[in-house]
Write a protein that binds this ligand. Structure first.
Ligand code: PLP
Length: 447
């Protein structure tokens, strides 16, 4: 049981400590409120703990330094965008070279061929396209899927997140599909665009897909955006069988689950999707994403890609597939996110999981810590089976307190949930530092 009065006092003390320790960020935050909506260039940046966002000065490897000179162990890593570690010299060099020789021309560069082969090798799907973000990639894949099947709806998992894709901002409420709490200005009623099913429930999936109106199922192989929810034994095989039975295309979004290995869960678990989406870290921090498809899907789309009206088909974009992004992906995938890199990062995540589980047990709490590859996450409930159970355990006050406590002691966690991501640049000492700080926070909370 959390003593809420004690939590509130402790949080107030941490809020003060944060303000006292970040005078330069405070000044910049005040200045930023002039020209920037809510004082930030992107709304999610208001989600960090503390009265204002920390303004960062530089980041390298697993470290980030703010404008007040504090150095942090970065366990957020740009919410996966910097999973390779920050400011990689080889990416900086490739980007600088390309910036001097032309960035965007609406023509392919030779790097695109290397990138296509490498993605095909990693994810075992033969045919690839580029996008600017994972959101974009998902949107394009949904269009292709509707086009190929002639069916109007898409299906997603309850409490999923796939970017700012309109149809995916949907959840189940008493069995009905409704807009996800917080979704702003939905263009259409999601009940008319989207089918939503609980994760780890094959019967529900089978029943819903039997209606015959779903073009594709878009899913993460393990939920990562409401804490980590792992698939039960046999579930993903079942998903593939059910989607095949109903002629529904299976889209696996590996944007976060790339943490499982060089080819994400698709390669690690031998999945057989029709489409795969990857984004965030593949460009070493440079904005880009990609989507791959099976030979059968590619055959059906290939001819249409040559038609006169492909530029208004609703897929692609002017700067998409630009030479800078391709140079960044080549520099990143040729040197990072390989077996050797995961061989360093995954044991660090295991050490984190062991440390946090030990602290949870010591404090006799019914919490859990879950891991997928080099990503680990603790949660204030026993392991949930689906997104709704995970969402029911969200405790904003507790989360904000733990994040602020960690931040004030030099550790950055992802602002949305309790995720820690490890790169080959982290050390065992970084992990142990988090474990000690987490232990201190719980000791302060429980006395
Ligand atoms: C699984 C998944 N897919 C897609 C996205 C969208 O990525 P982006 O915001 O880079 O478009 C996210 C973002 O968190 C994600 O977690």
């Amino acid at each position: 049981m959390i003593d809420r009065a004690r939590l509130s006092d402790l949080r107030a003390a941490e809020e003060q400590r944060f303000v006292d320790g970040h005078p330069r960020s405070a000044d910049l935050a005040t200045e930023a409120r002039g020209p920037l909506l809510a004082g930030v260039p992107m709304p999610w940046m208001t989600r960090w703990p503390g009265a204002f966002p920390v303004f960062f000065d530089s980041a390298a490897g697993a470290r980030l330094t703010d404008v007040d000179g504090h150095e942090y162990v970065d366990l957020c890593l740009g919410d996966t965008g910097a999973m390779t570690g920050h400011a990689l010299p080889q990416v900086a060099d490739a980007v600088a070279d390309r910036a001097r020789t032309g960035i965007t021309t609406m023509l392919p560069s030779a790097d695109a061929i290397w990138v296509g082969h490498e993605l095909a090798r990693r994810f075992r799907l033969p045919s690839w396209q580029l996008a600017m973000s994972a959101t974009d990639a998902n949107r394009f894949v949904l269009r292709f899927a509707r086009h190929l099947t002639g069916r109007p709806r898409i299906a997603v998992m309850d409490w999923c997140y796939h970017g700012t894709v309109d149809e995916t901002l949907a959840v189940l409420s008493d069995g009905r599909v409704v807009a996800r709490p917080g979704a702003m200005g939905p263009p259409d009623d999601v009940a008319t665009t989207t089918a939503v099913v609980p994760f780890n429930d094959l019967d529900a999936l089978d029943r819903r897909l039997a209606v015959d109106d779903v073009a594709c199922l878009l899913m993460e192989p393990a939920l990562t955006n409401i804490g980590i929810v792992l698939p039960e034994e046999g579930y993903l095989d079942g998903v593939r069988a059910v989607t095949r039975r109903h002629d529904v295309l299976l889209v696996i979004d590996e944007t976060h689950t790339l943490c499982a290995g060089p080819g994400g869960c698709t390669a690690a678990w031998g999945l057989e999707p029709d489409f795969v989406v990857v984004g965030k870290p593949i460009g070493g921090g440079v904005p880009c994403a990609a989507y791959g498809m099976s030979a059968e899907v590619a055959d059906r789309l290939d001819g249409q890609m040559l038609e006169d009206e492909i530029d208004v088909a609703g897929v692609g974009g002017t700067l998409t597939g630009n030479a800078l992004a391709l140079a960044a992906i080549k520099a990143t995938l040729s040197t990072c996110l390989r077996d050797d890199d995961f061989a360093v990062a995954i044991p660090l995540a295991e050490r984190f999981t062991d440390g946090v589980a030990g602290v949870i047990a010591e404090h006799d709490l019914a919490w859990h810590v879950q891991r997928l590859g080099c990503r680990a996450e603790y949660w204030f409930c026993p392991p949930p089976r689906d997104g709704a159970a995970a969402a029911a355990a969200v405790d904003d006050d507790l989360e904000q307190f733990l994040h602020l406590w960690a931040l004030n002691r030099g550790i950055l966690l992802t602002p949305f949930h309790n995720m820690a991501l490890f790169s080959p640049h982290h050390t065992e000492a970084d992990v142990d530092r988090h474990t000690a700080v987490f232990d201190q926070a719980l000791t302060a909370l429980h006395g």
